[in-house]
Write a protein that binds this ligand. Structure first.
Ligand SMILES: [Zn+2]
Length: 341
C-alpha cells in the first residue's frame, strides 16, 4: 500500500517572505521529511524592534532526526536566508549538529545561502550538494528533479518531488521570461512532459503579483534603457542600485558602463560578495580590467565611473541609504552625480 504523504507549511503561505515547506512521507519510524526552502521575512512597519521574521521551526525541531535534506529553489533571502537560523541550537535543529544537513540547489543558490551560514559560523552543520538543471536525485524515500525556471536571480529551479502518492510540483518563484539574459529558459516542455506521462498529483505554485493582469517585460529590455541613460549622462559619475542577487541586472549595468568607457566599482558588502561569487561561477562576466575597488574611484574622472550599489528597495542600512544621508565612507554624492534606481 502507498505510504501517506503530508505537506506541512511553516511559512510563506499567503505572505511575502519566510518560505518554508516540509513534505513528510511514511508512518511511525519510517517517516522521512524533505524541506523545501527556508527563508526569512522582513518585518512590516507595525513590527517594532523586530529585525527578521522566521518560519515556525517547531515541527522541524521536534522531528529533527527525520529530516533527510533541505532543497533550495533559488538564492533569494526569503527562500534561503533562514537556513542559518534553522541550524542553530536555540531555535532550530541544533540537536542534530553531529549529522550535517544536506542542502541541495544550484551552485549559485548554494553560494548565496553559504554566505549567511558562514557569517553565522555554522558551515560545519551543512553538507552542500550542488545540482545541475534536469538532475534527478534520490533523497530519502523521494526522487527529486530540478527543472530550470527564470526568475530575478539566475539558476532558479522548480522542484519535482516523486512520492508514494504521486508527483508534487513545487514551482519555486518564477517569471516566464522568454528572452532571459543568459538564454536559460524555463523548461515548460519538461513540466508538460511530466504532466502528460506521470501526471502531477499536486501543484504548489506561487508568484508575487501573479494576480495582476498583463505581462512583465523581459529582463533583457532593461539593457537598452540603461545604454540610453548612460549615453544621456556622459561626463557625469553614475551610481546605480540593484538587488545584490540580481546578477543579470548587474551584468547589464556593467555592460552599459563598459560600453560607455567606464570602470565599474561595487558598493555594499553583499554586492561585492555576490559579484565575486557570480564571476567565480561564470554566471556573470566583468573583465578584471573594468572592475576597480570603490576606494579608488576618485583616481578617475567622474565620467569614467559607474558604481553599482545595494539598496534599491530603500533599506535603511544599505549602501544607497548611507549615500543619500552623506554617511558613506567611500562615495560622497554631489550635484554632478546621476543616481539610477
Ligand atoms: Zn525569489
Amino acid at each position: 500500500m502507498a505510504e501517506p504523504v503530508r505537506i506541512v507549511i511553516l511559512g510563506g503561505l499567503g505572505e511575502i517572505g519566510r518560505n518554508c515547506l516540509a513534505i513528510e512521507q511514511g508512518e511511525g519510524d519510517r517517516r522521512s521529511i524533505l524541506v523545501i526552502d527556508c527563508g526569512i521575512m522582513f518585518p512590516s512597519a507595525d513590527l517594532h524592534g523586530i529585525d527578521l521574521v522566521l518560519p515556525d521551526f517547531t515541527y522541524l525541531r521536534e522531528n529533527a532526526p527525520l529530516i533527510s535534506a533541505l532543497v533550495a529553489t533559488h538564492g533569494h533571502e526569503d527562500h534561503v536566508g533562514g537556513i542559518q537560523f534553522l541550524l542553530r541550537d536555540e531555535h532550530g535543529i541544533g540537536d542534530r549538529r553531529d549529522t550535517p544537513l544536506p542542502v541541495y540547489g544550484s551552485r549559485l543558490t548554494l553560494g548565496l545561502a553559504r554566505n549567511r551560514i558562514e557569517e553565522a559560523g555554522l558551515l560545519g552543520r551543512v553538507d552542500f550538494v550542488p545540482t545541475n538543471d534536469g538532475d534527478r536525485v534520490e533523497i530519502g524515500p523521494f526522487e527529486v528533479e530540478f527543472v530550470p525556471v527564470t526568475h530575478s536571480v539566475p539558476h532558479a529551479h522548480a522542484i519535482v518531488v516523486r512520492t508514494d502518492q504521486g508527483v508534487i510540483l513545487h514551482s519555486g518563484d518564477y517569471k516566464l521570461d522568454l528572452t532571459p539574459v543568459d538564454d536559460r529558459r524555463c523548461d515548460l516542455a519538461r513540466l508538460g512532459e511530466i504532466a502528460r506521462s506521470e501526471g502531477i498529483r499536486l501543484l504548489l505554485a506561487d508568484s508575487t503579483n501573479a494576480e495582476e493582469p498583463g505581462f512583465a517585460p523581459s529582463e533583457t529590455s532593461v539593457g537598452s534603457v540603461l545604454r540610453q541613460v548612460f549615453a544621456e549622462h556622459e561626463g557625469r559619475r553614475i551610481i546605480t542600485a540593484s538587488f545584490a542577487s540580481h546578477l543579470h541586472r548587474i551584468q547589464q549595468i556593467a555592460d552599459a558602463a563598459i560600453a560607455s568607457g567606464r570602470k565599474v566599482a561595487t558598493l555594499g558588502l553583499s554586492m561585492r560578495k555576490n559579484v565575486r561569487l557570480g564571476r567565480d561561477l561564470g554566471v556573470i562576466s566583468i573583465p578584471d580590467s573594468s572592475l576597480i575597488d570603490v576606494e579608488d574611484i576618485d583616481q578617475y574622472p567622474p565620467g569614467e565611473i559607474c558604481v553599482i550599489s545595494t539598496g534599491s528597495q530603500g533599506e535603511p542600512m544599505s549602501a544607497l541609504a548611507l549615500l543619500a544621508r552623506g554617511e558613506n565612507r567611500f562615495v560622497k554624492l554631489g550635484e554632478a552625480d546621476t543616481v539610477v534606481l
